[in-house]
Design a protein around this ligand. Structure first.
Ligand SMILES: [Zn+2]
Length: 334
């Protein structure tokens, strides 16, 4: 008899999530960790993607003992073997987590493209960090992206949305939590697919909203002169060149976000073209449907599961926290 088995880590991702990412999402992965409640020290690591309507789409999660080089390495290795081995697009990773994440990506993801880490900036210059978080995060994040990602979605939005999403599962035992997340994922995929079927536009609603905002901003841009494809435009005293064929503008926003910037929007409106024709395919209903038309198949009732001989897995070993026990500390305050 060897030592008794104890629970260490659990990785969960369904084929439908993997295919949803591969066929319908930008090559962008946000990796995050959040603490779980309960008797044992536990952390939930997650890999999150952004769908064509700029909403979060969790693709893999892992319950583990804590955030460390080892646990991140294990999670990223599993994620790579599940997705990265088949999806060979250059990935951009984003995280607000510690160094262990970057090391894990470098070790396990050969074709990764870029890693953006907001917290690094905080250590380097706290004032700059505060300024950027409050005022300029949007722009800063934009510049940290490579243009092939077609996203200007910011990391704190992703983390917040995901935290809200998993919040009610945080205190549950590992299996119940995974089951809760599985059910929620099934519902989410089904609901989003159904919603998308009823969209009348080829552009998803949140993207459409952004497009309309840019159209409003374009009122202050003047189109000066043009060839068939290239246009010179003026905003205040600044001049920009917009190229409809290469879908680019000097301001850089079009290439980064996949949506025409206000300068391009001025040209599109003046030339009476349809703005939807200039939106990157990553931000269209077609691609959105490709994210959500994969099914997580239901699991039969537990009664019907085949019986498998296995050793009992015990809960993880509780670690004593360093320092004096809590009880003494309380007494000292009294
Ligand atoms: Zn522009």
């Amino acid at each position: 008899m060897g030592a008794p088995l104890t629970f260490q880590r659990f990785f969960l991702s369904f084929q439908a999530q993997k295919e949803g990412f591969m066929f319908g999402c930008r090559p962008f992965i946000g990796v995050y960790g959040c603490h779980l409640k309960g008797k044992f020290p536990r952390v939930l690591l997650s890999a999150i993607f952004i769908d064509a309507n700029n909403s979060v789409f969790p693709v893999a999660i892992c319950i583990c003992e804590g955030e460390s080089k080892d646990s991140w390495s294990w999670f990223i290795d599993n994620l790579y073997r599940h997705i990265g081995m088949e999806d060979n697009r250059r990935m951009t990773f984003m995280s607000d987590r510690q160094k262990g994440v970057l090391l894990a990506i470098e070790k396990h993801w050969p074709q990764f493209n870029r890693f953006c880490e907001i917290s690094k900036l905080k250590t380097a210059n706290e004032d700059a960090y505060n300024y950027i978080i409050k005022v300029e995060l949007h722009h800063w994040t934009l510049h940290a992206f490579d243009s092939h990602v077609k996203s200007d979605y910011v990391t704190n939005n992703i983390t917040e949305s995901f935290n809200v999403w998993v919040d009610k599962f945080r205190g549950l035992l590992a299996l119940l939590m995974m089951e809760g997340i599985r059910r929620k994922m099934i519902k989410r995929i089904g609901k989003r697919l159904q919603d998308a079927m009823s969209w009348s536009s080829v552009i998803p609603p949140l993207v459409q909203k952004k497009l309309s905002d840019r159209q409003d901003e374009a009122r202050f841009v003047t189109v000066l002169c043009a060839s068939d494809k290239e246009f010179k435009v003026k905003e205040d005293v600044k001049l920009y060149i917009v190229n409809l064929e290469t879908q680019s503008c000097d301001c850089g926003l079009w290439e980064l976000s996949g949506l025409p910037c206000k300068h391009a929007m001025a040209v599109i409106t003046t030339t009476r073209k349809n703005p939807s024709d200039f939106v990157h395919p990553y931000l269209t209903k077609d691609v959105y449907l490709r994210t959500y038309n994969h099914v997580i198949h239901p699991i039969p009732d537990q009664e019907q599961w085949p019986h498998i001989q296995h050793n009992t897995v015990l809960p993880p070993v509780k670690k004593m926290k360093p320092g004096r026990p809590k009880k003494n500390r309380k007494r000292a305050r009294e």
